[in-house]
Design a protein around this ligand. Structure first.
Ligand code: ZN
Length: 345
């Protein structure tokens, strides 16, 4: 190992490969290689990084994969040129907020934390505003921080094999996402509003507990969809008994206001901004898949079955259920639509 470091030192190398050398401790002299832009330390037994590495201010790529780190080393928070950081296959439990939240890692484009034991990503992750690839496959994440919505350059997010029971709607603010992997978690639904991911090409949700896809899912520009091993509602029409529906006064009033609000010349539309509480309440409104009328809370939960090949121009011959909401039985009972009520068993 010393040989390679000395050679690098004399040759003013910009890259140093010390992978697979059974290294436990990084020699401090490495910190004198201030021209280094690539440092490969993967496949060793490193448990900590010396603070002296601070001097590697030109380092753009650091591979620490397959070592014995227990947390993301503090010195990394000061390597301001770092663009690619690989920390896969360690025993990392903790991502300290002060490491990820410092200005140091703000140029990071690739962060690979695959195969560790991370339970939580700190909200400070929002500082990594240039991040394009975030890989946290095979960890113990129980939730995704809503602050992820600051990562507007993110194009690939891999959260496969974690313990996620839900995803925040904020995720859809990452509008550059082209690949989203959330396979093998405990998701029972995907948040509404998925159409905001207007560049999404690959979605992997296999091995969850989804019963259907969210509204307007079929309008995504997907090229690949992996969804085996879920609990999708089946296409088995059964006759259903229909309760007489009586809308509450609140719902009736909300529907009236929402309808009026669509007319920009109406008094309601002009006055609404002066009632922030009401505006916030009405922000959760939906719109009937059939008559397109707005509603607030009462809807009829339905699905329609989307052919990936015919409706989404994908290669797969599969058919998947996509959520749809209708405003009333009046709409449901009209002929000529393909929405099915969802039976609760
Ligand atoms: Zn309707």
């Amino acid at each position: 190992m010393a040989d390679s470091v000395i050679r690098a030192l004399y040759g003013k190398s910009t890259s140093l490969n010390l992978s697979s050398r059974k290294i436990k401790y990084i020699p401090k002299c490495v910190s004198r290689l201030t021209n280094l832009s690539v440092l490969l330390l993967n496949n060793n037994s490193i448990t900590a990084l010396p603070g002296e590495l601070l001097s590697l201010q030109n380092l753009a790529e650091l591979n620490l994969g397959n070592n014995a780190l227990k947390e993301v080393p503090a010195v990394l928070g000061h390597l301001e040129s770092l663009k690619k950081l690989y920390l896969f296959s360690n025993q990392i439990k903790l991502v300290p907020p002060e490491v990820i939240g410092t200005d140091g890692l703000q140029n990071l484009v690739v962060l690979n934390l695959n195969h560790n034991q991370i339970q939580r990503l700190p909200p400070e992750i929002k500082s990594l505003t240039k991040l394009q690839h975030l890989n946290v496959l095979d960890n113990k994440l129980e939730e995704v921080p809503v602050e992820l919505d600051h990562l507007t350059k993110l194009s690939e997010l891999n959260l496969t094999s974690n313990n996620l029971a839900w995803l925040p709607q904020h995720l859809y603010q990452c509008k550059d996402l082209t690949k989203l992997h959330v396979a093998r978690n405990w998701l029972t639904s995907l948040p509404e509003g998925i159409r905001a991911l207007a560049k999404l090409q690959v979605l992997d949700v296999g091995g969850n507990m989804l019963s259907m896809f969210p509204v307007e899912f079929h309008l995504l520009p997907l090229k690949e969809l992996y969804c085996e091993g879920n609990r999708f509602v089946q296409w088995e029409p059964v006759p259903s008994a229909q309760d007489v529906e009586v809308l509450t006064l609140k719902e009736l009033a909300a529907r009236f206001v929402l309808r009026e609000d669509r007319n920009r010349f109406s008094l309601v539309h002009r006055m609404l901004p002066h009632y922030p509480y009401l505006t916030a309440l009405l922000a959760n409104c939906g719109c009937c898949a059939l008559c397109l009328d707005p509603f607030l809370t009462t809807w009829l939960e339905c699905v329609h079955f989307i052919s990936l090949r015919k409706d989404m121009k994908m290669r797969s011959a599969q058919t998947v259920p996509v959520r749809a909401r209708l405003c009333s039985y009046k709409c449901f009972n009209t002929d000529g639509h393909s929405y099915y009520g969802v039976a609760t068993r």
